[in-house]
Ligand binder design. Structure first.
Ligand code: IPM
Ligand code: MG
Length: 358
């Protein structure tokens, strides 16, 4: 029997609670679909930082490399560690394993309501492919003479040919797969080349080159500001959106609202070439005010676990887990407070596992 080794980094705030429900859901899938999962937890959180002065050990990446996949709950507790320091572990893992695709499906399931009136299950079914290793997140720059009147900060964005090409190509491949499954088969380029006259002009040129290699796939572009507006006014026109690191970050929080809230928004950090482990995590953060109360919605994390199963090749198990999530959402009985219910985190997790096929 195949055993998948999974590294879990529960993290801070609500992270441990959503990680526990995800592990249970994966375990339940394993039992039903003839594989096994072996979960190892790593307490690389802000308390670890307070003890060791770093978010993870120096050989942390080497440790993680041995696993088939990584799950990350959420990291961040600014009262203990400033966010720009605590979040280095997340960014180091994304970059360290060259997980260049941040895949964020935006689907409004039956039984879920969005505060945005244009959003229905018929209009909201898209995927954002976010560049995940460079762009505005290249962490290059500096703060110069900070206290002087002439002090300034500079933050450099890197758009390499390889970096742009591979993520845009992934978006077109995904659109082709989705077209075969009955979706539109369209890629929208999220850009800002009217103002970012080097980086985004280069990005657009590479987008055009790649698009030309996929004549069967429709493509268009919007500037990110307009795109944000159109995601709300006419979400139904989108299929796959490809975006740079920062723009992808921003439009997926917007996307979370379209799909019914940050409590259901899942994500995957993928190395499509599988040179190392990929990492799966909810889009939401550590939600410290909710932590330890059993109130957080586990669906974003369980859905991220579902993306993990799919990526690992356990397609049947992934489809069954999605069906279970959809069933629980459509029934509307087990719901956490963010969805207007009063169920606990573990009650929602239990309901999803109970909805899996016997
Ligand atoms: C996300 C988060 C992270 C990001 C933060 C926590 C660094 O917002 O995964 O969307 O910006 O990538
Ligand atoms: Mg974000």
């Amino acid at each position: 029997m195949k055993t998948y080794t999974l590294a879990f980094i529960p993290g801070d705030g609500v992270g441990p609670e959503v990680a526990a429900e995800t592990a249970k859901a994966l375990q339940a899938c394993a039992e039903r679909f003839g594989f096994a999962v072996a979960v190892t937890n790593f307490a690389w959180d802000c308390d670890y930082y307070l003890k060791h002065g770093k978010m993870m050990p120096d050989d942390g990446l080497d440790t993680l490399r041995a696993f088939d996949a990584i799950f990350l709950g959420s990291v961040g507790d600014p009262a203990k560690v400033p966010d720009h320091i605590s979040l280095t572990s997340l960014l180091t893992i994304r970059k360290g394993f060259d997980q260049y695709v941040n895949l964020r499906p935006i689907i409004l399931h039956e039984g879920v309501s969005s505060p945005v009136t244009t959003c229905t299950p018929a209009t909201v079914n898209m995927v954002v492919v976010r560049e995940n290793t460079e762009g505005e997140y290249s962490r290059l720059g500096g703060i110069f003479a900070p206290d002087a009147p002439h002090g300034f900060a500079s933050q450099m964005a890197i758009f390499s040919r390889v970096g742009c090409e591979r993520v845009i190509r992934y978006a077109f491949e995904l659109a082709r797969e989705r077209k075969a499954a009955g979706h539109k088969g369209k890629v929208t380029n999220c850009t800002k080349s009217n103002a970012l006259n080097y980086s985004m002009v280069y990005w657009d040129a590479i987008f055009k080159e790649v698009a030309a290699r996929y004549p069967d796939i429709e493509s268009n572009y919007y500037l990110v500001d307009a795109l944000s507006m159109i995601m709300i006014t006419d979400p139904g026109q989108f299929d796959v959106i490809v975006a740079s690191n920062l723009f992808g970050d921003i439009i997926t929080d917007l996307g979370a609202v379209l799909q019914g809230g940050i409590g259901v928004a899942a994500g995957a950090n993928l190395d499509p070439e599988r040179r190392g482990p990929s990492m799966f995590e909810p889009i939401h953060g550590s939600a410290l005010a909710l932590a330890g109360k059993g109130k957080v919605n586990p669906i974003a994390s369980i859905e991220s676990g579902r993306l993990m199963l799919d990526f690992l090749g356990e397609k049947e198990a992934a489809a069954a887990l999605l069906a279970a999530v959809k069933k629980v959402l459509a029934e509307g009985k087990a719901r956490t407070a963010d969805m207007g219910g009063n169920s606990s985190t573990s009650q929602v997790g239990d309901a999803i596992r109970a909805a899996l096929p016997g």
